[in-house]
Design a protein around this ligand. Structure first.
Ligand code: NAP
Length: 527
């Protein structure tokens, strides 16, 4: 595998990582869309890479009636359709599927959790019998990871039921909050997004989870953090000496973080119309990217040092008054539009399960400022939207113009400012825009220095592979801590309040909804 430029030595940090440990991997919502498209394909890819610990036992937990063999057949179809390793020998899948079992139970009833507790404790070996009743002898792991791939309304209830069945980690009841899970092995809870819909509900959910799981055992997913290109932000900033000296308000004039999608909301209307772009994307993915771009170097690479630095960024976000917020933000909603290939996306208000007079935004933009030493006065714009002409995610660091002398004095606006673009997807890479002489004439034109991931590696793991491996290894660096989530919500809560109090029919610059046809070009930052 061509991984990294062969001319240079590779400094492998693997030795400093925790190793994934064998565990029960219990997926609540194992027949759902996320499990089908992401979780099982990622588990299979890890298996194919030899990165799943020996002795893992995967249990799918869902409501519909399925035999183990039927469930494995569904997983086979998921893997064929969505795994990176999509061509594989039958024997490879058999080795993987021999780890997979299915437990039919209702999330809302305690019986399923008690059944699960018995299975995990090794008190129900019959569960692992083949569908024809043939017994199997398995050596069971001591640890258990519970992955909540279900709607957010179930998160608290599952944690409560797990705790009641003796499957939690909070040992507050036994008065030993700092002790590990002891001879029974560790217990971890992986929680999907959305994590709350405002600061108050996020805090209430955290309190519920903390009744049965310690904070260190809770892994809140933001799948953006699992992307290689996002992890590279820390490597780019802190493994190089060229960027950090100019990574501040003396040299950077603005930062823009954009995540645009071509699809409309499709079948997600029921959830989306209660959320909107700010809650769905700004509060988590874009805010996390901002933290990674602007945080101070952590003291060490351990998870808490990194998360502490991110929290400091969130604490330094300037709090605007409602009128300032409206001025610093834009919201929009798509109306019907046709793509170049004739695809039509209906108006948002006509999408399934969307209120016909909905004021929910499908485009959100917010320009923040950090009141800290490094970035004081640098506008940081976060923007995201659905149903645009292009799909991409990127961060643009815009540097200040050179002094108005020599070339800058003569060229004026034609001399572009340097910019560092960090492309998260597609065309993953980094490019630097700089000015260069045109050959043969005394003239200047901007050009690009480009680094493309695809040129140096044909191996770009999926975000879920990394996140699952890290959760199994107990490395929480790429997961959201409770205080990060709450601080990020506080900013979005104020924005939502300001928008609620503004007439959606007002002009966009006064806080109203900008109506854009689906497949519109990406708007300039100022809306
Ligand atoms: N889908 C994505 O791409 C995506 C991306 C990011 C985050 N997420 C988050 O991931 C979570 C799951 O989303 P999803 O799209 O996979 O949802 P989904 O397709 O609706 O699947 C829901 C799952 O929950 C199970 N379930 C629901 N009620 C149950 C009950 N009372 N007892 C037992 N099982 C029950 C269903 O089992 P049955 O089928 O047996 O009824 C199904 O397996 C959500 O929090 C979502 O926000 C999803």
């Amino acid at each position: 595998m061509n991984v990294i430029n062969q001319d240079y030595p590779v400094c492998n940090l693997e030795a400093h990582r925790f190793a994934p440990e064998p565990a029960f991997f219990v997926i609540f919502g194992a027949t759902g869309d996320l499990a089908h498209r992401k979780i099982f394909p990622a588990l299979f890819d890890l298996h194919q890479e030899g990165a799943l610990p020996e002795g893992m036992v995967i249990i799918g937990f869902a409501r519909r009636s399925l035999r183990h063999a039927e469930f494995r057949q569904q997983v086979l179809e998921d893997v064929r359709a969505h795994a990176r390793h999509s061509s594989f020998a039958d024997s490879a899948f058999e080795a993987f599927s021999s780890r997979i079992w299915y437990l039919q139970a209702d999330l809302e009833q305690p019986e399923g959790y008690h059944a699960l507790a018995k299975i995990i404790a090794g008190e129900n070996p019959g569960f692992f019998a083949a569908d024809d009743g043939e017994p199997r002898s398995l050596s069971l792991p001591r640890n258990a990871l519970f992955y909540l791939a279900v709607g957010p309304e179930h998160f608290g209830g599952i944690a409560e039921n797990l705790g009641t069945a003796g499957l939690g980690t909070s040992v507050a009841d036994s008065g030993k909050p700092d002790s590990p899970a002891g001879s029974q092995g560790w217990r971890r809870l992986v929680v999907e997004k959305p994590y709350g819909r405002d600061a108050e509900s996020a805090r209430a959910l955290t309190n519920l989870l903390h009744r049965h799981f310690r904070e260190t055992d809770i892994y809140r997913i933001d799948h953006y953090l699992g992307k290689e290109t996002v992890q590279n932000l820390l490597y780019l900033r802190f493994a190089n000496s060229v960027f950090e000296p100019i990574w501040n308000c003396h040299h950077i004039s603005s930062i823009e973080i954009s995540v645009f999608e071509q699809d409309g909301i499709g079948q997600r209307g029921g959830y989306y119309d209660t959320a909107g772009a700010a809650r769905d994307m700004l509060q988590n993915h874009l805010t996390q990217l901002m933290c990674l771009v602007t945080m101070e170097p952590p003291a060490t690479l351990d998870p808490e040092s990194i998360r502490d630095e991110k929290v400091k960024v969130l604490q330094s976000i300037r709090r605007y008054s409602p009128s300032e917020l409206v001025r610093h933000a834009r919201r929009g909603q798509y109306i019907e539009g046709m793509g170049p290939d004739g695809t039509v996306i209906p108006a948002y208000r006509k999408e399934s399960k969307v209120s016909p007079d909905s004021a929910t935004e499908t485009y959100a933009q917010l320009t923040l400022e950090l009141d800290n030493w490094r970035f004081s006065g640098v506008p940081i714009t976060l923007r995201t939207g659905k149903a645009f002409a292009e799909k991409f995610s990127q961060i643009v660091i815009q540097f200040k113009r050179p002094p108005s002398a020599l070339f800058a004095a003569q060229c004026g606006e034609k001399l572009v400012s340097n910019a560092l673009t960090i492309r998260i997807q597609p065309d993953e890479g980094v490019w630097l825009t700089f000015n260069a002489k045109l050959p043969g004439v005394p003239a200047i034109k901007a050009s690009h220095l480009r680094f493309s991931w695809r040129e140096v590696s044909n191996y770009l793991p999926e975000a879920y592979e990394r996140l699952i491996a890290d959760a199994l290894a107990g490395d929480s660096t790429l997961f959201i801590r409770a205080d990060e989530s709450e601080h990020a919500w506080a900013v979005i809560d104020e924005l939502e309040k300001a928008w609620r109090e503004t007439d959606p029919e007002a002009p966009p610059e006064a806080g109203g909804l900008w109506r854009y046809p689906a497949f519109s070009p990406i708007p300039p930052s100022q809306g």
